[in-house]
Design a protein around this ligand. Structure first.
Ligand code: FES
Length: 157
């Protein structure tokens, strides 16, 4: 083998080696990109929160719990659901009324100061914490703010 033939053979080997590494790199990216989507924290993949007007600020009690119907649009359809506003002095907390067990709507009982689910008797305290019955988790807490005299609740649309 002449030195020229030997050099060409080396060039061919180098080319094949680089092509193989390039191919492996592309295959690696094919696995890596979906894996990054799975490994990204769930809170970064969540849909954006939109604040929806709920009721005038003047309709809030000074102290106590107020039921309200939340109406908004998501994916081109109207969503109607029940929320509760819990007011303690200047703090306002909003809870979805959807029971964490099987999705019935809970009611608030003023005497016991508990949210009670009519379906299977699940109970939550005033902070939305599940305290009795089958509900496996607290009521969902919704972002809430008061702006220009209107109470707004945050929903994912
Ligand atoms: S759906 Fe509420 S306790 Fe079962």
């Amino acid at each position: 083998m002449t030195p020229m033939e030997n050099e060409k053979k080396l060039d061919r080997r180098a080319f094949i080696s680089k092509a193989l590494f390039g191919l492996l790199g592309l295959l690696g990216l094919g696995f890596l990109i979906p894996a990054l989507g799975v490994l990204t924290p769930a809170r970064l993949r969540q849909r954006a929160i939109t604040f929806v007007p709920l009721l005038p600020e003047e309709d809030l009690p000074r102290q106590g719990v107020r039921k309200a119907e939340l109406v908004y649009r998501a994916s081109d359809r109207e969503i109607r659901t029940r929320v509760f506003l819990v007011v303690d002095h200047d703090d306002v907390t909003a809870f979805s009324a959807v029971c964490s067990h099987l999705g019935c709507l809970v009611n608030y009982h003023r005497k016991t100061k508990e949210f009670v689910c009519p379906c299977h008797g699940g109970k939550y305290d005033r902070n939305g914490v599940n305290i009795a019955g089958p509900p496996p988790a607290p009521l969902t807490r919704l972002p809430v703010k008061v702006e220009k005299g209107t109470v707004l609740v945050g929903v994912k649309v």
